[in-house]
Design a protein around this ligand. Structure first.
Ligand code: ADP
Ligand code: ZN
Ligand code: ZN
Length: 733
């Protein structure tokens, strides 16, 4: 038998390996090209990963099959992106074929040609261009269509036509006359790079901004920066001026923002400054639009690419700079499937592309802060707010004496009233939606527990339902206690819906804007509410963390926070860090113009020293304290963590699986196994969850344990009765 080169293919299956195939004849495909292969009795689309020497396989040669066909003539993944995916697959111990499912747009996981998709447009034919609209005086709609098409020689797409009020019938009528036609548009040519990319002049940078901008511009090649600037210090202006430099040199900029940070206001700030094409990758795009955006970035049509987490995998024709805005935000970490940190991948990618990367935030994650302290990232500090704005004041509001059914203290209500009276805006923040987090029977202590989770079902009053926020189980409100039949059911605690109702009673004439996942389900409704806030004028905003992030509300003078201190008592060691970030971010929404801002922090632990430290508004002193604790306990960033979580229908199967897999590891070099223990919410969606933590003093030691750990898990008979996954650098314990 003739000896052939082998083709190693990344196949989209949950197995941590590549698969060997024989060539199909013809030239060998280049790595990064897609190919169709037979896999078991299925046909799958994989990506050629490498070409190996004949015979260099652990599979019997007569078992190898040829690939069915090659889909691309040039790679859909360039070598930089392949390197990024490979490194991520190794680091997170995730199957490479599944990593590619995250990296590639949906259409490319299928049999779609990878060339730029043309858009169908209507335009006039040569005859149509000479037609006289007056001839159509008896068909006014055709006349209108003819006139509009004559004004757009490059043609108009379906959505454009619709927005101009043109429907199909008149267009079809023109087509019949031979005056109009439906064609595939030409790609727009690359914008000339000699032209200035600026559409409006930059602001005059403050000295601190100026120093930061200069440092970023001066960097040649890879350089990681932490842009550590208090809220309202003008980090965006630093991004914009650093971007202008790259754009003027014909290079592209990739900007990552948190999941809900992609608001029209953010997009507008980038679009209005520059005259270059901006491509936005957001969850509202159709598969086809996403694919087109991907092509625009790859071919250099898009000069600025703005997107959430997965945009880190966007191909770039001429990369110049990567920016991660609100870099502390937890949405940069994917919490299911391929559990990667886009913040960390951004730094890797910048290194591979040899470009600078800027992580901007007012409240850096302790990991990031530590990188800066140890000199691996260069810290750029903005310590003052821009313009006339002063730092917000944080005041603890002791709520220990407050009755359980009174969510807002008298002082909070008074402050809200005063803000309204002054014609300004106030924000009431609570990170819990719904009316009340539980119902309770006063006679027998029955509670509205979810049958499938260790959690209470939340009362959604307007929807007349109890809902579990963990498994989405729903049921009608019981009118009698399901256990004893009593009618004395009452609710406990408060969510956004109850606060809204309470505030409506208290301030009957006030404008009230509630923003949470329930009020923003409809497409465009979040944007509409944010616009409403931007218009200014007296209002009370009630909302969850959707309101906390990045927004610039210039009329906001006051914020009141409820239950924000719960994180200080949480079992997760990151509880205080994340609570502090949220508190400072909420405080940071206030006082952003020329009026002072204030946060009233309602708390039942006013003596907590960490909370008191935080009230001084100095994140750094607070973070130093936490870092000292982490150093003592060897927790990140001074140690390295991996988490294995198992779920099973039987209570003990997961625990046994994790126990046995942990026992298989040699406990040397200071590796610690914490657990296995039941997960914080043990039962969820009817499954029992347990977890095992590995804590190692070095990254190397941790990573050496992962292959034997996975092997032990895979080989265990209970592995088939459980679902389990590995999370490297977990952020949610
Ligand atoms: P951050 O992202 O750091 O919280 P922003 O970038 O939203 O802050 O800036 C806050 C406000 O300060 C914005 O209204 C912005 O236009 C303004 N600003 C930023 N830099 C300057 C400057 N150099 N001069 C005047 N105003 C500025
Ligand atoms: Zn009862
Ligand atoms: Zn549930």
């Amino acid at each position: 038998m003739a000896q052939h080169n082998l083709i190693r293919v990344a196949v989209p299956v949950p197995l941590r390996r590549l698969f060997d195939y024989l060539p199909a004849g013809g030239p060998l495909p280049a790595p990064g090209c897609r190919c169709e292969v037979a896999f078991g009795n299925r046909r799958l689309i994989g990506v050629v990963w490498e070409i190996a020497a004949p015979g260099d396989t652990d599979q019997p040669l007569n078992k190898l099959r040829p690939i069915e066909r090659v889909l691309d003539s040039r790679p859909v993944l360039d070598s930089d992106l392949r390197e990024l995916c490979q490194r991520a697959a190794t680091y997170y111990q995730h199957p490479i074929g599944e990593v590619l499912q995250t990296a590639l747009p949906v259409l490319l996981r299928q049999d779609t040609p990878a060339d730029r998709p043309g858009e169908l447009v209507w335009r006039l034919t040569a005859r149509g261009r000479f037609a006289d609209p007056a001839q159509l005086s008896r068909a006014p709609r055709q006349q209108q269509a003819l006139t509009i098409l004559a004004e757009h020689p490059h043609g108009l797409s379906r959505p454009m036509l619709t927005s101009l009020g043109l429907t199909s019938p008149p267009l079809r009528a023109l087509e019949k006359k031979g005056w109009a036609e439906l064609v595939l548009d030409e790609p727009t040519p690359l914008p000339p790079t000699s032209q200035s990319p600026l559409a409006e002049p930059p602001l005059t940078a403050t000295p601190e901004q100026d120093a930061a901008i200069r440092a970023i511009i001066a960097s040649e090649g890879f350089a990681p920066f932490l842009l550590d600037g208090v809220t309202g210090s003008g980090k965006t202006e630093v991004y914009l001026q650093a971007m202008a430099h790259q754009l003027a040199h014909g290079r592209q900029v990739l900007v990552l923002v948190p999941e809900i940070g992609l608001t029209p206001q953010t997009i507008r700030r980038f679009r209005s400054r520059f005259s270059v094409p901006v491509t936005v990758l957001h969850s509202g795009l159709s598969d086809r639009e996403r694919f087109k955006a991907w092509c625009d970035a790859r071919d250099g049509q898009a000069r600025i690419v703005l997107g959430t987490r997965s945009a880190i995998f966007t191909p770039l024709a001429a990369p110049g700079l990567i920016i991660v805005d609100e870099a502390h935000d937890t949405s940069f970490k994917q919490q299911d499937g391929f559990r990667y940190s886009a913040r960390d991948l951004a730094v890797w990618r910048a290194q591979m592309l040899d470009v600078p990367v800027v992580l901007g935030t007012a409240t850096p994650a302790l990991e990031t802060l530590y990188q800066a302290q140890s000199g691996r990232y260069r810290a750029l500090r903005l310590t003052h707010r821009a313009g006339e704005a002063r730092p917000p004041v944080i005041q603890l509001e002791d709520c220990r004496g407050l009755p359980a059914d009174t969510p807002l203290s008298p002082r909070s209500l008074e402050a809200l009233g005063a803000t309204l009276k002054a014609g300004r805006q106030a924000l009431v923040f609570i990170n819990r939606r719904g009316y009340a987090p539980m119902l309770l029977c006063q006679d027998c202590d029955w509670q509205s527990e979810c049958g499938r989770c260790d959690a209470h079902m939340t009362w959604h009053r307007a929807a007349r339902e109890l809902r579990c926020h963990h498994c989405d189980h729903r049921r009608p409100i019981p009118h009698r206690c399901p256990q004893c039949g009593s009618q004395h059911l009452r609710d406990m605690g408060a969510g956004t819906e109850k606060l809204e109702a309470l505030l409506r009673r208290q301030f009957a004439d006030a404008r009230l804007i509630r923003i949470d996942r329930d009020t923003t389900r409809r497409k465009g409704s979040l944007d509409a509410s944010l616009e409403d806030i931007q218009r200014g004028g007296a209002a009370i905003l009630v909302g969850t963390q959707m309101l906390a992030k990045g927004h610039h509300f210039s009329a906001l003078d006051l914020a009141v926070m409820l239950d924000a201190d719960a994180g200080f008592l949480s079992a997760d060691f990151r509880g205080p860090e994340q609570a502090a970030q949220l508190i400072l971010q909420v405080a940071g929404r206030t006082g952003r113009s020329d009026r002072p801002g204030r946060l009233l922090l309602q708390t039942r632990q006013p003596d907590n020293p960490l909370l008191q430290l935080l009230c001084q508004g100095n994140y750094h002193r607070f973070a130093e304290q936490l870092l000292a604790e982490r150093r003592q306990t060897g927790l990140p960033p001074f140690g390295f963590l991996a988490l294995v979580r198992a779920e099973s229908l039987q209570p003990d199967a997961g625990l046994t699986l994790l126990q046995d897999a942990g026992d298989a590891l040699p406990l040397d070099g200071g590796l610690q196994l914490l657990g296995p223990v039941p997960a914080p919410m043990e039962r969820r969606q009817g499954r029992f969850r347990s977890q095992l933590l590995l804590l190692a003093p070095t990254r190397g030691l941790l990573h050496r344990q992962l292959p034997p750990l996975l092997a032990a898990l895979n080989a265990h008979p209970l592995a088939r009765k459980c679902r389990w996954h590995l999370d490297v650098d977990p952020t949610d314990l």
